[in-house]
Design a binder for this molecule. Structure first.
Ligand code: GLU
Length: 524
């Protein structure tokens, strides 16, 4: 049995970090599932990219396989600084565990294509030796001319494969003269087929639409197709799950596998994601940026359910529709079947995102451990939103109070940040100025008295008390409520007064009533 060199190193050195050891061992068997997410660092991670990563991750997790992150940065002109780091941060936020990648390491690295140039060069030599590739000296000017002529005569503009036929002597003399050149791959003019794991059998004759593709550019960098094939093979990728826009390239990739004498991985293509009106999701739309969901206080799991809900792959789709649920990663993993992924485009329904977010809020609140995290998050948000108007020992930051607020909000808010919207700000801050009807003043001490008598303030008992006080002070009930709402919250509209008292609690309410009674500066 021959071990790959670096794997042998891992096996002999038990001291290496667990992660590396585990992934190396797991990845060794050819039978194991190894999938990858291979983004180009040309900008931010968007919904489509996260969807691809997610399906790959779930597939790996379901089959106890390995999920690899490979950064395809061979097009240096499109590389955006910081994109790789941002991408990893987004994946991490989404709960996607990377087993091998630029930061995690692994036995088949480097995982950044720009650090693998020697490997591509060596593999190009293999193809040159077996005559599957050749140098091309055609200038940009010639290629432009070819294109223009084809368009004029209404033919498919494609390279005419002229340099395929150069003699060995021609090639040598041009190379020794230092003529600029790239390398092309000889494609066959026959139809090639494969069985798409999602779309079924597919056949395509590339040569009808394309000339021999460039695999190594003049700058020594490989093109996407070549680097992608070499890396998928060297990284032992068993299944390629990627967007359907790449389906057209798959037969080209399979031809390259043949030229190397390698077994291609299995391919499955994921349907397009579209807007609810049927238009294409555009990367330029700020709202498909993963970081903008994070900044908007969307829970990662809500976003994952939202994305997966429109692409299929889960047997509970229908049930989910009738009785919506925000599934955990483990639940999603159990349900996931490649064969259940849709072949029609997935429509994104924005309203469902907030629905899932609310479901996730409820799920977290129902779990003791997650509730604790929710509590911390809410307190942090309170400090972020309210800044100097709140300090750490403030009454409204007490655990019991915040938990009560959270429980109350479960059926009323979609995002945690809704708790800090203007009509709920009263939960956290004492109103500074408001105007109330003069004749209400006398009823306030009575309300204080009644509240003091209560052990527990519940909406029903409060409604009764408020009615009684209103009638004993001969106040019109709506007018009394309007004034009380102003005293408690500074708001003209909002939750009912009984509800406000219930959520503020007895002490907070009495404090606000006292403030009103004591503050002569208030306009009455
Ligand atoms: N780098 C390609 C992309 O940006 C990867 C396509 C593939 O998965 O083969 O999507």
């Amino acid at each position: 049995m021959i071990f790959p060199k670096n794997l042998r190193f891992c096996l002999l050195n038990g001291t290496i970090g667990n992660k590396l050891n585990n992934s190396s061992l797991r990845s060794y068997s050819a039978k194991n599932v190894r999938v990858r997410f291979a983004p180009s660092p040309t900008g931010f991670l968007h919904l489509g990219g996260l969807r691809t990563a997610l399906y790959n991750f779930l597939f790996a997790k379901k089959h106890k396989g390995v999920f690899v992150l490979r950064i395809e940065d061979t097009d240096q002109s499109r590389r955006v600084d910081g994109a790789t780091e941002a991408l990893q941060k987004d994946l991490e936020w989404a709960g996607i565990e990377i087993h091998e990648g630029p930061i995690q390491g692994g036995s088949f690295g480097p995982y950044l294509q720009s650090e693998r140039l020697n490997l591509y060069r060596n593999h190009l030599n293999t193809l040159l030796k077996n005559k599957s590739a050749y140098p091309c000296f055609c200038t940009d000017r010639r290629l432009q001319l070819l294109k223009r002529e084809a368009i004029k005569s209404q033919e498919v503009p494609k390279y005419d494969n002229r340099c395929r036929n150069l003699t060995e002597e021609d090639v040598q003399s041009r190379i020794s003269k230092g003529d600029p050149h790239c390398y092309r791959f000889k494609i066959s003019d026959k139809e090639e087929s494969f069985n798409d794991l999602i779309y079924g059998p597919k056949s395509y004759n590339i040569s009808l639409n394309e000339g021999d593709p460039v695999i190594m550019k003049g700058d020594g960098y490989p093109t996407y197709h070549f680097a992608n094939v070499v890396d998928d093979h060297l990284m032992r990728i068993s299944h390629v799950l990627r967007g359907v826009e790449w389906q057209i390239s798959t037969t080209k990739h399979i031809l390259m596998y043949r030229a190397f004498g390698w077994e291609p991985p299995k391919y499955g293509h994921l349907p397009l994601l579209i807007n609810s009106d049927g238009t294409k999701l555009s990367k330029r739309q700020g709202d498909i940026k993963i970081s903008s969901y994070r900044e908007n206080h969307i829970f990662p799991l809500a976003l994952l359910n939202f994305i997966l809900n429109s692409g299929g792959g889960f047997d509970k789709d229908l049930e989910r529709h009738l009785k919506p649920k925000c599934f955990t990663i483990d639940e999603l993993c159990q349900q996931f079947e490649l064969s259940n992924i849709n072949t029609h485009s997935g429509k994104m329904m924005p309203a469902r995102l907030l629905e899932f977010n609310n479901l996730e809020l409820k799920r977290q609140f129902a779990d003791k451990e997650l509730r604790q995290k929710l509590l911390i998050q809410t307190k942090l948000l309170a400090k972020e939103f309210l800044g100097n108007s709140i300090n750490d020992d403030s009454d409204v930051l007490r655990d019991a109070y915040v938990l009560k607020v959270l429980e109350w909000s479960l059926d009323r808010i979609e995002k945690l940040s809704d708790l800090f919207s203007s009509n709920l700000a009263f939960i956290w801050t004492i109103p500074q100025s408001y105007k109330i009807e003069e004749n209400v003043f006398g009823a306030i001490p009575s309300l204080k008295n009644e509240l003091n008598k209560l052990d527990d303030v519940s909406r029903d008992s409060l409604n009764e008390i408020l009615r009684q006080i209103s009638s004993s002070h001969k106040l019109k009930y709506p007018l009394f409520m309007k004034s009380l709402r102003a005293v408690l919250s500074g708001l003209k509209e909002g939750p009912s007064v009984a509800e406000m008292i219930e959520i503020l609690g007895k002490e907070n309410t009495i404090k606000r009533l006292d403030l009103y009674l004591n503050k002569t500066s208030f306009v009455r």
